[in-house]
Each structure stands twice: as C-alpha cells, then as structure tokens.
Design a protein around this ligand. Structure first.
Ligand SMILES: O=P(O)(O)OC[C@H]1O[C@](O)(CO)[C@@H](O)[C@@H]1O
Length: 411
C-alpha cells in the first residue's frame, strides 16, 4: 500500500447523497425513518414532558423544516459541531448532505435529552432498550455461534496453525451479523440473527475473504484495527471473529474502535462491549461463558484494546480523519471496517458510479483495509456492470434491503 500518498480520493468527487433526491432511500430516511426514530425515543424512555415535546418538534421539522443550531451542552465535540454547522446554516434537513443530516440528528437527540449534562453520572443512552433487546432476541444464534468458534479454535490449536477456512466462515458471520441493524429494523420486530451461511454465499457480490487470510498469513504479530458498527448480535459476531483472530494466532493484538456516544440507534460504545462481556460471562451456556472468559483475559492482558474517538460520530468523510488517528491506524496490518454507515464514510457518502474501482476512492487509507458491509444505502463501488443490471431486474431494492453483502479488501 502506498502510504499516505493521497489525502483524498484519487478521483474527482461526485455529489453527496441528499434527502431531497426525489424517490430515494435518503429521502425516505430523512422524511420518515428519522422522525420514526425520534418518536421511538419518546416511547422507549421516561424523559420529562419538556424533553418529549422537544423530540416531537424535532421529528416534525425533519421532512420540510430547517436545521436548528446546537446549544452548548458541554459535549466534548460541541465546538467541532459549531464549525461543521457553519457550512449548512439556514438550510433544510433534506437539502444538506445525508450523512451530515443523520449524524447531526443523532447528536441533537443527545442534546435534547441532556446526555452531556455535567456531573458524575453517565448520560442516559436513549437507545438502550433496543440494544439490550437486540442481544436477548438472538440468544439461540449466540449459543450456536459460540459453540462453533470453540470447535474451530480447538481444531486450529490441534493442527498447530490457524485455519483459513474457519477464518473465512467467521468473516461471513461478521458480514451477515451486519444485517441486524436496529436503525432499520426495530429489535422488537423479527429476529434477523439466524441465517444459513451456505445459502447466503450467493448474496456476496464481492468476496475477498480468501485474500484476507493470505494477507494475515504473510506476517506474524499482526495488529488488527476493527472499526466496529452495531451492538447486539452483530457485536457478538465481531467478538467471535476477534476471539478467533487472537486465539488461533492470526493476530497478536486487536484494537476495537468504538463510538464515544450513542448514535445510529445501535452503534456500539465501550460500555456496550463491557455490557456484552458481562452478558457472556454470566451466561448459563458453557461455550457462551467461555467466550466471555477469553474476552476478559484478552482485555486484561491488553491484547484487546477498546478505543473511542469523536471522529467516528462526526459528519466527516473518512479522508478527513484527524492526523493523530490516521497515524494510529497506520500502525495496523489490517483495518476491518464494518457496516453500512462506515462504508458510506469511506466513500464520503457520495454518488460514485457503482463500477468505480474501490481502491481509487480509498487511496487515502494508511493501512490495508477490508470492508464488511451489507448494502443498506444507495452507494456502491467495484461492481461489474452486468451484475448491477441483473440485480436491478431481479431485486429492485437490492441497494437497501440488507440482503446483499460485500467483503472488499484493499491491500
Ligand atoms: O449499522 P449500519 O450497517 O452502519 O447501517 C446503518 C445504515 O443503515 C441506514 O440506517 C440505512 O441506510 C443508514 O441510515 C445507515 O447507513
């Protein structure tokens, strides 16, 4: 990889996605999904009448109203947001870049619900109920996945070398775990955690998983940086992947990059990893408990490190990453970037032609990177024209229904 050669994509930037794109999923999100999410916060929490009224006002202003300023709530990122907002003063929610609209919407929910009030107590996570429910609903899938991982780890240890096929299977689990997304499908709807890996293979549009195993066997003492997406079952899949990477010898150290505050409903924070650890350790099912134990050991020994940064909740494109974080990621042998929103950040949430070479866009990255993403928004790269045509004919909502995935490696 050509380190730090380009600060921004190696191509002219196309327009950002906007909520005003008529008939688009972005329009549907800003005018309908986001208001629904704000109203769900009212129903699922016991906030005061004033707070609920303010959340309702936010919900009502999204379809055709204007961005409101952010009042100083003593959040660490308040001054950054003031700067970001300068660009979009007096504009309507539907007219600003979609990524900006979504990240600001979640930041405003925290502002309204007093998340950053000074004091010793941590703020209330307005999406906690959804996150907890997301985990509990997937118990059966969690038990079978943990049993499977234990088997794969034992096999790798008996064979004296890490098993590539087990790693590939866990990459698939991590990929399809991303289908479970509480901003799109509430935790109170169907449990989307059960899937058949084999039948899902046909739905992987680009599959570089074998190349990932080759990359990780090239050198020893690999450091992996995992940009995490959702809490709940997806996080369990990711933790199983991490467990196997560390336990089988594919990696020596793993950093999890987490959100510093609640966002996109189910995005994972450090406290969600610790909650999940507790959930695993207290399980009455031995393989689940064992995963919890190994997770604890890895945290204690420092082989697994939990990190957070306000960049991950900002409206910035990936190429606008602060230099200190970029330098940190530059130490990695492989970055794993999970999920749809992180993928959108990689692309600056812009309308690239779907056939554009992924490598030409993410040419700014400081280390090799694999994106594990199920498609939930109208951006894509690296696809063949005939594949796009066929998908458009056979599954008109293929870009947003979460049924299609990519494992795209840039090395
Ligand atoms: O959890 P993920 O995979 O990042 O998905 C979140 C994404 O899904 C959506 O909810 C639908 O596109 C977006 O708002 C966001 O890009």
């Amino acid at each position: 990889m050509n380190k730090n050669k380009f600060q921004i994509p190696n191509l002219p930037l196309p327009a950002p996605l906007l909520g005003s794109d008529a008939g688009s999923f972005t329009e549907f999100t800003v005018t309908q999904r986001m208001p629904d999410i704000a109203r769900r916060v009212i129903v699922e929490n016991q906030f005061s009448t004033d707070i609920n009224q303010s959340l309702e006002e936010l919900a009502a202003e999204l379809p055709s109203g204007y961005l409101r300023p952010l009042t100083n709530d003593s959040g660490v990122d308040f001054h950054d947001w003031k700067r970001y907002l300068e660009l979009y003063k007096h504009q309507r929610w539907v007219d600003v870049p979609w990524f900006f609209a979504e990240t600001y919407f979640y930041r405003l929910i925290l502002n309204i619900t007093n998340y950053f009030q000074p004091g010793a107590l941590p703020g209330i996570d307005p999406f906690l109920l959804q996150k907890v429910q997301g985990l509990e609903a997937a118990v059966n899938s969690i038990i079978s996945l943990c049993s499977q991982v234990e088997k794969w780890l034992n096999e790798s240890q008996q064979e004296g070398k890490p098993s590539k096929s087990s790693l590939i299977a866990l990459l698939y689990f991590a990929l399809w775990g991303n289908r479970v997304d509480l901003s799109l499908w509430s935790a109170f709807e169907d449990d989307r955690s059960s899937f058949d890996i084999q039948t899902q293979l046909n739905n992987i549009l680009i599959d570089d998983s074998f190349a990932v195993t080759k990359l990780l066997t090239k050198s020893q003492n690999n450091r992996i940086d995992f940009v995490i997406d959702n809490a709940g079952f997806e996080l369990i899949c990711d933790l199983c992947l991490v467990d196997f990477l560390l336990g089988s010898g594919f990696a020596n150290q793993v950093y999890l990059h987490l959100k510093p505050h609640p966002t996109f409903v189910s995005d994972a924070m450090i406290k969600d990893v610790l909650y999940t650890q507790d959930f695993l350790v207290k399980s009455s099912h031995p393989p689940v408990q064992s995963l919890g134990k190994r997770l604890t050991e890895n945290l204690v020994s420092g082989r697994l490190v939990l990190a957070e940064d306000y960049f991950w909740t900002s409206p910035l494109a990936f190429w606008e990453i602060p230099i200190s974080l970029k330098d940190e990621l530059g130490k990695s042998n492989l970055m794993i970037v999970k999920g749809d929103a992180n993928y959108r950040r990689l692309l600056g949430d812009r309308s690239w032609d779907f056939t554009t070479k992924f490598a030409d866009i993410v040419s700014y990255l400081p280390a090799p990177m694999v994106a594990l993403r199920t498609l939930k928004s109208e951006v894509a790269t690296g696809l063949k024209a005939e594949v796009i045509l066929e998908l458009a004919n056979t599954d008109p909502s293929w870009l947003t229904n979460g049924q299609w995935g990519v494992i795209q490696l840039i090395s």
